[in-house]
Design a protein around this ligand. Structure first.
Ligand SMILES: *Cc1c(COP(=O)(O)O)cnc(C)c1O
Length: 393
């Protein structure tokens, strides 16, 4: 057994089911282990390394920022955070950003904004604090975001949860209307992933998302899109919700946003971008200059002409390649966020076999999950598919 793994297991809490693999370096769209063996990465971390590993321009920007100023408290301003926020507003169509360090924190911020929005506009006595989320959703591991998450498997052990979260079955407009009726006048927000990630890479129906937008407009409810996994070009548009032709009131982003350094962003539109006032929310590291420097490179790259068209082309190719495999029952998802249903094999076993053969992939529920770097090349897709095809034979 590797010395690193022994040391690790002695000193790091055992909260993850880890593979016996120590990664030491990144190269292009792949990683290299401590023995120098290369792996193609069809998971890009977990959708974090959106530009692949150690992209030259990205690494330079972070390095230059580390030499300039690595952090200041949020009592002061930095140019790099201002630049990043401005770009993010432009790309999301939102008005203002709050920065944290993770997806869960971005969602915590959205939850706090929703509750305070209602408090400010309807008063404390209205108890208008209910947030509707979807069955099979995933919103994070902190207590509030776990309360929001509509999957019981994450809920064991940690009771009691926060009050005021109600789950609706995805794509079931009748259920949505029934739950709104049951909680009449008390709902402040509806939170959704346009493509459920951890839940199994499942895009929501257009009609359902449109119905949410309509009812939110009618009842002055905030529509929150959790784009922590499906945002930042992952589905071939900057935001997955753009595929649905509606505009949310709040968008949360994290995973791929800064190319693999910790970041979380809660972007709010006109209606609620002034809800947080001094003293109501904060984060010591939120909007850290190193993260913002990395994020600026990601946003510049993703908004470069032809970049998203390239993502769409590669996505189509990737999906076709997957569909051609005999063992594949079906391919779900959008853009470079794909879930594969298998006919007979177990996803977790396929994942392990891929790793042993130099290919890193992910699973979600009982599916294989693919979140390759947005910069992956056709040649790399072919090389990874060859490994996968051999295993699925
Ligand atoms: C990963 C994920 C989160 C949680 O992000 P962390 O950075 O792990 O806190 C929240 N929502 C969605 C949709 C995610 O995929």
């Amino acid at each position: 057994m590797s010395k690193t793994i022994e040391k690790f297991n002695e000193h790091v809490m055992h909260s993850y089911g880890r593979y016996d693999l120590v990664l030491e370096k990144g190269e292009g769209r792949g990683a290299v282990d401590e023995n120098g063996r290369k792996y193609i990465d069809f998971g890009s971390g977990i959708g974090t390394n959106s530009l692949g590993y150690c992209d030259e321009e990205w690494a330079e920007a972070i390095s230059a920022q580390a030499h300039a100023i690595q952090h200041t408290s949020n009592y002061y301003y930095t140019k790099v955070q201002a630049d990043f926020a401005a770009k993010l507003c432009e790309l999301t169509g939102m008005k203002k950003i709050f920065f944290g360090n993770s997806g869960a924190e971005a969602n915590e911020c959205a939850i706090k904004i929703a509750r305070k929005y209602s408090f400010d506009n309807y008063g404390k006595d209205a108890e208008r604090y209910v947030i509707i989320t979807l069955v099979n959703s995933f919103h994070g591991r902190t207590m509030a975001t776990l309360s929001a998450t509509g999957q019981d498997v994450f809920h064991n052990y940690f009771f009691p949860f926060l009050d005021g979260f109600v789950n609706v079955t995805a794509n079931d407009t009748a259920d949505l209307m029934a739950k709104l009726e049951e909680n009449k006048g008390r709902v402040c927000a509806i939170m959704l992933e346009c493509v459920q990630g951890e839940g199994g890479v499942i895009p929501l129906d257009k009609e359902f998302v449109k119905a949410i937008r309509e009812v939110c407009d009618k009842e002055d409810i905030l529509m929150i899109c959790d784009e922590v996994q499906c945002g930042v070009g992952r589905t071939g548009k900057f935001l997955a919700v753009e595929h649905y032709g509606v505009k949310p009131d709040i968008v949360t982003l994290a995973k791929g946003l800064a190319g693999g350094v910790p970041i979380g962003a809660c972007a709010a539109g006109e209606k609620c971008c002034e809800v947080l006032t001094p003293g109501t929310h904060g984060s010591t590291f939120g909007g850290n200059p190193l993260a913002c420097a990395g994020g600026n490179v990601v946003l510049d790259r993703v908004s470069r002409e032809g970049f998203l068209e390239g993502v769409n082309e590669k996505a189509e190719y990737f999906r076709r390649k997957l569909s051609e495999l005999d063992e594949v029952e079906g391919v779900d998802g959008l853009g470079l966020m794909l879930g594969v249903r298998l006919k007979t094999k177990k996803a977790s076993e396929v994942c392990k076999a891929c790793l042993e053969n130099g290919l890193l992939i992910l699973t979600a529920k009982d599916k294989l999950r693919f979140l390759p770097p947005l910069t992956i090349t056709k040649e790399e897709i072919d090389a990874g598919m060859k490994i996968l095809a051999d295993i699925l034979k």
